[in-house]
Design a protein around this ligand. Structure first.
Ligand code: NAD
Length: 321
């Protein structure tokens, strides 16, 4: 089997490869060629840690395996990242272990790729202002991937902790776009595309703050109880997701569905839009909302791509199990 260390991922997998892998696996999910197994996530009663695994199988790409890891709040004090993950791939023909891959950077790349895929397929072609809600670790990856999808001219950002906004300013500089820190009212009034990537358990963005024609990628809500936007916004939106089962249980739609504001049947898998079997945006006035919950198949897709590249470039380490 092969090992691809975390430190090698950055040199192997770029945004385009991540985008292609995630777009392809969303399409495979909607065709019924790939499916996620039920997610396990538990508080383990040690080190305040949340641990779990996400797994699945893509019959088209032959990616079989799981991402295992979670959140260790004490890690930062040890000089480690709080979120930790590792991907394990298995040979779909034999069940033998195929690869162990560092999953931390891959998680950021595949999450950013998901919102970028949603922008490609759902945002207005003339979108010019990108609004960012959240300025944590993931936000920089989100921003870099998003600006590649439209001819954005400006980035506006809001964060509950304003001192963190320098991260967005730095990335905006890196990609050559002006950045302005704004209130949520201003953010909604100016933005054509809004990405939210926070760990909030209460809505930041209000329904009334979002104007017609906006595309939203709600990427932070991946757990029961988390919420980034007011539930009533989903009643005005055409709602899309990576996987409906996750969207209504751990995604942003859990609140609107739980309060009876929308039905699961009103939510469309983005893969169906990619495949052309369901409509995406229909008018310039539509509000489109992508509920990006994060599925195991995304991890397997980018991990498979990185293993192929690592073997090709002689970077993967071969070990006998
Ligand atoms: P981080 O800890 O680096 O940053 C957290 C962000 O949330 C910061 O901007 C912080 O200011 C903001 N925040 C914290 N409490 C808030 C509140 N009460 N209201 C509004 N904002 C608040 O985290 P990160 O690594 O950037 O991840 C952000 C979120 O994305 C997390 O919830 C994480 O679980 C989620 N995530 C989702 C996916 C997915 O596939 N959907 C993948 C990775 C991470």
């Amino acid at each position: 089997m092969w090992i691809v260390p975390e430190a090698e991922i950055a040199g192997l997998l770029g945004r385009q490869e991540s985008f292609d892998a995630v777009e392809a696996v969303f399409a495979a999910m909607a065709r019924g060629d790939a499916y996620n197994f039920p997610v396990i996530r538990e508080s383990i009663g040690h080190a305040d840690a949340l641990y779990g695994f996400k797994s699945g199988f893509d019959r088209t790409g032959l990616s079989l395996g799981l991402k295992s890891g979670g959140y260790w709040p004490g890690n930062e004090a040890r000089g480690l990242t709080n979120h930790q993950s590792t991907v394990f791939l298995f040979d779909a023909d034999t069940g033998q272990a195929k690869a162990v891959v560092g999953g931390n950077l891959l998680t950021a790349l595949r999450t950013a790729a998901a919102s970028a895929v949603s922008i490609k397929h759902l945002a207005r072609a003339d979108a010019r202002v990108l609004g960012m809600i959240g300025a944590g670790h993931q936000s920089a990856f989100q921003l870099r991937a998003a600006v590649e999808q439209r001819d954005f001219e400006k980035i506006v950002g809001w964060n509950l902790h304003p001192e963190m906004l320098s991260r967005l300013d730095d990335v905006a500089n890196e990609v050559g776009l002006p950045f302005e820190a704004v209130s949520l009212d201003e953010l909604g009034a100016q933005s054509d595309v809004i990405i939210s990537i926070t760990s909030s358990f209460a809505p930041s963005l209000r329904d009334a703050q979002v104007r017609p024609g906006t595309h939203l990628a709600c990427m932070g809500t991946d757990t029961k109880g988390k919420q980034e936007v007011e539930a009533s916004l989903l009643t005005r939106s055409r709602v899309f997701t990576d996987e409906i089962a996750q969207s209504i249980t751990i995604g942003e739609a859990q609140h609107a569905v739980g309060q009876g504001l929308i039905d699961a049947e009103q939510i469309t898998e983005i893969g169906a839009v990619i495949n052309g079997t369901q409509a995406g945006r229909q008018t310039a006035k539509d509000i489109t909302l992508f509920d990006g919950t994060g599925v195991g198949l995304q991890d397997l897709a980018v991990a498979s791509a990185v293993v192929d590249l690592a073997i090709e470039q002689g970077i993967a380490i071969k070990v006998a199990l």
